[in-house]
Design a protein around this ligand. Structure first.
Ligand code: ADP
Ligand code: MG
Length: 329
């Protein structure tokens, strides 16, 4: 660790948090941390417990057991200060339909303690960031879902909180709106801790630096997409397509001499094209070496592809292999 770049601090910490609704455990012994600069995706199917995590984190209700920290403030001991450090975009944004956008945001700014003399400028800068400058006088009740989401985001950002909690921020939006909201979130993640929930697999790989997979109130796995892949499977596949059968023998000869290749298979031929696949370790990308050798030996290479496991493969694999409850770093 260099002196110029101190370790980013933990802005969110869950310590063995459980939450019961009656006798039902919606969360069971959930522990995690989110550091400054991270955008962490909480990924899980409907009913997994994502909203319950978000509500517990934002101080909406206390956990049944365990502790929630925002910065170094324990929510149960310093609810006021801890809540001030959080911007929360709930799953369903309850706005005031009869208020105009700018009135509502000024109201929020006052509630969140923005000083009167800074109010105008402050509200304006949030509106600008969220693309709302032209919509200030529109009635909230008449806004599209995408614009309501922007108002919700402007509201969450109002007191410049270091922690942002976004519950399914793109659900219900059309593809253009999704893209816009994602760009906003990406820009926000840079000097904050952002935790967002989603049931959409590609969303986390597009937006998040880290993923936590949740199911039935338990964190199944946590890590970068890549780390999770290597936990489940320490091999990757390379698929090669070559031009014709004459190249096949030469190609196989080259490949059989390379170390770190398993399960070499020659697959189907379509119009003379030959497919070769094999497994390798994810530690070294063999593609540049193979390409170079093929060129040197005159093998016409049509395609070379390294196939990584997708998040969906990983998630389903974890469920299938009964790794529920097993923790990954
Ligand atoms: N207020 C509540 N009372 C009783 N059960 C609830 C309540 N809120 C959520 N649940 C249950 O807790 C589980 C987790 O819900 P939730 O956190 O909303 O999941 P997600 O956001 O991942 O869809 C679900 O089984 C849900 O039915
Ligand atoms: Mg939810």
């Amino acid at each position: 660790m260099s002196m110029n770049h101190p370790e980013p601090s933990n802005l969110i910490r869950f310590e063995n948090v459980s939450k019961k609704y009656g006798a039902f455990y919606a969360l069971r012994d959930v522990s995690f941390e989110v550091k400054e600069g991270e955008i962490v995706g909480l990924l899980g199917p409907n009913g997994a417990g994502k909203t319950t995590v978000m509500r517990t984190l934002s101080g909406f209700f206390p956990p049944t057991s365990g502790r929630v920290f925002v910065r170094d403030l324990e929510m149960a001991k310093h609810p006021h200060k801890a809540k001030r450090a959080i911007g929360y975009l709930p799953e369903t944004v309850s706005l005031y339909p009869d208020m105009r956008v700018i009135e509502y945001l000024r109201f929020v700014a006052k509630l969140k303690g923005v000083p009167a003399h800074e109010l105008r400028g402050h509200v304006r800068s949030k509106m600008s960031f969220c693309g709302l400058l032209d919509s200030g006088h529109r009635l909230i009740g008449r806004l599209s879902k995408g614009y309501r989401q922007r108002v919700g985001l402007a509201q969450a950002l109002m007191a410049d909180p270091p922690v942002l909690v976004l519950d399914e921020p793109t659900t219900g939006l059309d593809p253009t709106q999704i893209k816009e909201i994602r760009e906003l979130i990406r820009a926000l993640g840079q000097n904050r801790a952002v935790i967002l929930s989603t049931h959409i697999l590609p969303e986390v790989s597009m937006l998040c630096s880290r993923v936590m997979m949740i199911n039935q109130g338990q964190i199944l796995a946590s890590g970068t997409v890549r780390e999770l892949a290597s936990c489940l499977e320490d091999r990757e596949a390379i698929h090669i397509k070559i031009k014709d059968k004459q190249d096949q023998d030469r190609a196989l000869k080259i490949l059989s001499l390379l170390p770190g290749i398993w399960n070499l298979k020659v697959s189907e031929e379509v119009r003379g094209e030959t497919f070769i696949s094999f497994e390798t370790s994810p530690d070294e990308d063999l593609r540049p070496r193979i390409t170079k050798l093929f060129v040197e030996q005159g093998v016409s290479l049509l395609e070379i592809q390294r196939l990584q496991l997708t998040l969906e493969d990983i998630f389903l694999g974890l469920l299938r292999e009964g790794k529920l409850g097993r923790r990954f770093p």
